[in-house]
Each structure stands twice: as structure tokens, then as C-alpha cells.
Design a protein around this ligand. Structure first.
Ligand SMILES: [Zn+2]
Length: 365
């Protein structure tokens, strides 16, 4: 509304000939249709009084459509997602984009600079601080600035993570699939494994979803690395989501070949060490293991035969996550093993049999 009382009241509705305002606006700026912007947005200040600024790229397509956010490095040492978001923002052709992309490659800037998971200030977890609050802790103030400016204007979101340091996991989606809008997004990402659950309170995906922005977490690989194969798979997932929601109409939705949905509540499948020692892991991330198969051994420094502990798979399943740093106390997790329905198992075995030997099995070439 105008401050100038002499001006006539503007009409409530714009004339029908005017297109709807598709500009992306945030506190301090706007990005109009057909424009893109690289923004350094202040979310806090350092001990020196300098701004802490997060990089944000907003790409507003010429054509109207949904607004999608892609975010990474809420945990400062989880790097794979950074490359996914950067490639979508800067290497992809968005000339016929229907809608808007909001790309947040590094949300936890202080953690990223220190190459640490948490905000170095009192080890706060940014990904337990959403949606944030003005006048609250440093972490919640940062979360609030990110959430109100760049998450709330969106319709759908994907937040990229990796396993905690010292572990690795296969690419999978975490999503509250009880909500149909979130289930649609989770399926569109086309990962083989979906772990269903609403997630802890304060996580970006749970709080955004509860605020009406269906959001999934993508877990992929390990901290401190770029893992090219996983990054490529995630890019396939993003392309598939953009196709599903009509942002990239020339792309198509990808089907991963097989899919299993695991209930978070049943997820008591982390095998834990019953002995302390040094772990010799026999099977890696994404491996299919048979019931009774040896997953790893735990030995003492002398490799004494009597003290070797052998860990076998309690059931046939898929190793979704696994220890990388090969030392354990009793009770430390060794691997995250997930059981599979018979038809999923068949599809997975078929996928992993090379085409040549499948042809041999059928007696053809
Ligand atoms: Zn994380």
C-alpha cells in the first residue's frame, strides 16, 4: 500500500491482461522471470563482525511453474550434495525452465570452513535448528534467515546429506511417505531405497514438510569427498524430479529398476559390534549379503586366533550403510542391513547379473 494518501486506492485485482507476478522475492531482492542471480546472503556475523554469507543461486524460468529448492551442507563436511547443487545450478541448460530453482549449495558456512559437521559455535546442529527463530540461539537465527527467505517461498525441496564421518551409505531417500505429496517426490527421485519416516524435529525436511513444502532428504556416500558415481546418480534423481513436477518438460521421469521402502520404525537393523577391536570389513556399501555370510571380522592387535570375532548376516539383505573407519568399541555400529521382499530381491539380483551371463543363462546372445 502507498504511503501517499492523495493517491487513489489501487484495484484489489490486477487487470486480467497482466500476467501473474512470477518474480522470486526475498528480503532485500527479487529475481524476475527469465533472470537468474548469484546471491551472497548474510545469515550471521563472525567474531570480527564480518558477515557470514551463504551462496544462493536463484534461476527463475521464463515460463511459470513450481519453485523447487535444492540444498546441501547443512552439515559442513558433507560435500557430495554441494557438487550436485552446483552442477544443476551452473552446468545445466535451464533455457526452457517452467518455474524457479532455488539452489543452496552450502547452508552451514561456518561448518564448511572448518570442515566440520556442526556449527563450530558450541557444536550446534544446524539441521536440528529449523525452522529457526529470531532472537533465539545463533544456530536458530541462521536457520530462520535461511528458512524464511529461501525455503518458505518454495513448493518442493530436496536436502542433500552424506553419512556421518567414518561411515558411508548407498544413495537413498528419507521421506515421510505417509503424506502423498512427499511420497510423490520421493518416488520421483528414483532411488532404489526409500526409508520412510517423518525425521527428527528441527531437520529441514521435517520442518519444511510440516510448513507445507514437501521435502525429502537424500543420503549419499561419505563426508569429506566428491564421489562421482553417487553424484551422477543424484543428478539423475534431480532431473527426474524436475520432469515429474513439470519444470523440465523435455525430460522424463526415471524408474530405478527396483525399489524398496523401509519403515523407519522397523529400522533396528544396525548390526553392532559385540567386541572392541579392529574391523576387517568383507562387504561394502550396496552389497547384497546372504544369511550366514561373513560381513566382517573383529580382531585384537595381535590377530590372535582365539580372539577373532566373526560377524555374520542374520538374514539376507542389502548393506545400506557401513563403517569406513575400521575401529570399534562394543556397541558401535558396523553396518546397516536391510531385509528385502522376495520380488525386490529377484529384481536386484537380475540387475546385478551382467547382461552377457544373463544371455548365456537363456542360451542366447
Ligand atoms: Zn547430514
Amino acid at each position: 500500500m502507498s504511503d501517499n494518501a492523495a493517491e487513489p486506492e489501487p484495484p484489489d485485482e490486477p487487470p486480467e491482461s497482466e500476467p501473474m507476478d512470477q518474480a522470486f522475492t526475498y528480503n532485500g531482492g527479487r529475481v524476475d522471470p527469465g533472470e537468474s542471480a548469484n546471491i551472497r546472503y548474510g545469515i550471521s556475523e563472525t567474531y570480527l563482525g564480518d558477515p557470514v554469507r551463504i551462496p544462493v543461486t536463484v534461476i527463475n524460468g521464463e515460463h511459470p511453474g513450481p519453485t523447487v529448492f535444492l540444498s546441501a551442507a547443512a552439515h559442513g563436511d558433507e560435500l557430495n550434495g554441494i557438487e550436485v547443487v552446483r552442477e544443476v545450478a551452473h552446468d545445466w541448460d535451464h533455457s526452457v525452465l517452467h518455474g524457479t530453482l532455488v539452489c543452496l549449495p552450502v547452508m552451514n558456512v561456518p561448518g564448511f570452513l572448518a570442515q566440520e559437521r556442526y556449527l563450530p559455535i558450541y557444536d550446534r546442529d544446524l539441521n536440528r535448528s529449523f525452522p529457526g527463530r529470531e532472537g533465539s540461539t545463533s544456530a536458530r537465527r541462521m536457520a530462520h534467515r535461511i528458512f524464511t527467505n529461501f525455503i518458505e517461498p518454495c513448493d518442493v525441496g530436496i536436502d542433500f546429506h552424506t553419512s556421518t564421518r567414518g561411515r558411508t551409505n548407498m544413495l537413498h531417500v528419507r521421506a515421510n511417505t505417509e503424506r502423498s505429496d512427499v511420497a510423490r517426490l520421493a518416488k520421483a527421485f528414483s532411488s532404489n531405497v526409500i526409508i520412510a519416516g517423518e525425521g527428527p524435529s528441527g531437520t529441514l525436511r521435517r520442518e519444511a514438510t510440516e510448513a507445507g513444502i514437501p521435502t525429502i532428504t537424500v543420503e549419499m556416500g561419505e563426508a569429506h569427498r566428491f564421489q562421482r558415481r553417487l553424484i551422477d546418480r543424484a543428478l539423475t534423481g534431480v532431473a527426474s524430479v524436475l520432469a515429474e513436477f513439470g519444470l523440465h518438460r523435455e525430460s522424463s521421469v526415471h524408474w530405478p529398476g527396483w525399489r524398496t521402502v523401509i519403515d523407519d520404525d522397523d529400522e533396528k537393523t544396525w548390526l553392532r559390534a559385540d567386541a572392541g577391536g579392529i574391523v576387517d570389513m568383507k562387504r561394502g556399501r550396496g552389497a547384497l549379503v546372504e544369511e550366514g555370510e561373513v560381513i566382517c571380522t573383529i580382531t585384537n592387535p595381535f590377530k590372535e586366533e582365539d580372539d577373532i570375532v566373526t560377524v555374520e548376516a542374520p538374514f539376507t539383505g542389502l548393506i545400506v550403510g557401513v563403517l569406513e573407519n575400521p575401529v570399534v568399541y562394543p556397541g558401535n555400529p558396523l553396518c546397516h542391513l536391510v531385509g528385502l521382499a522376495p520380488d525386490t530381491l529377484t529384481a536386484l539380483e537380475r540387475e546385478r547379473t551382467p547382461k552377457s551371463s544373463r544371455a548365456e543363462l537363456r542360451g542366447t546372445n
